[in-house]
Write a protein that binds this ligand. Structure first.
Ligand SMILES: C[S@@+](CC[C@H](N)C(=O)[O-])C[C@H]1O[C@@H](n2cnc3c(N)ncnc32)[C@H](O)[C@@H]1O
Length: 218
């Protein structure tokens, strides 16, 4: 299993998704060669689906890596979504900047260098979508900022929330991952128990949680 679903299931689901072309294919190959973690194929397809249906004008991403998911979301929006993405790793920052500018996307994808929490504390803009894909052990700390920055109808997509199944089953927990697992469980409780929010946890890839605000009549 490369995620939380059985391999036969994820292999089948992936077989239904078209192969990427052009820049996204190149970036996938680079990520594979250089061992850079980027969204799994079905998660990339899910982001594409969300961007196509929700049409977010402004997206905030935590965790740029080489810029793959930022570029994917911008392309999925036909270039209409503006993305702000945060990354702390200098090597990743330099590769992502090159990828973004080589494809003429500097005006659409803004990379902010730094620790997510420190950057989030300073941001004042509002976003229609937040994609959390950095610092698995800190989603619970990022959440209050993400909610503050999220427009009323906005949506938060958090990746890796089941963390190789460890979040769902104590039997799978590796001892050195206990803190991450506890904090991720705390994140899932916060977004699931808050009466103002509605969250759907999907066992896709490494687990995704999609959160939005409830309607006022509920
Ligand atoms: C899974 S990768 C992001 C992949 C990217 N979203 C994609 O799918 O193309 C996570 C990235 O977040 C960065 N990161 C991890 N913790 C961070 C933090 N606290 N602040 C900023 N960046 C962080 C890592 O350096 C890494 O490049």
């Amino acid at each position: 299993m490369s995620g939380v679903a059985h391999s036969y299931m994820s292999d089948y689901i992936r077989s239904l998704i078209d192969e990427e072309k052009g820049i996204l294919k190149e970036l996938q190959e680079f990520a594979e060669r250089e061992n850079v973690p980027i969204v799994q194929k079905e998660v990339g397809n899910f982001l594409r689906f969300i961007v196509t249906t929700q049409r977010p004008k402004k997206i905030l991403e935590l965790g740029t890596a080489i810029g793959y998911s930022s570029i994917l979301m911008n392309l999925a929006s036909n270039g209409k979504s503006e993305i702000t993405t945060i990354e702390r790793d200098e090597k990743m920052i330099s590769i992502a900047k090159k990828n973004i500018s080589n494809h003429g996307l500097d005006k659409k994808i803004k990379l902010i260098e730094g620790e997510c929490l420190e950057v989030l504390e300073k941001i004042e803009d509002k976003y229609d979508m937040v994609f959390m894909d950095a610092g698995k052990g800190h989603y619970n700390h990022f959440l209050p900022h993400c909610l503050r920055l999220l427009n009323q109808d906005g949506i938060i997509v958090a990746d890796n929330v089941l963390f190789r199944g460890m979040v769902a089953s104590d039997k799978l927990i590796k001892r050195r991952k206990i803190t991450i697992v506890k904090r991720m469980r705390n994140y899932l409780e916060l977004v699931s128990k808050d009466k103002n929010l509605i969250t759907s946890v999907i066992p896709m890839g490494d687990g995704i949680a999609v959160t939005t605000r409830r309607g006022t009549n509920e």
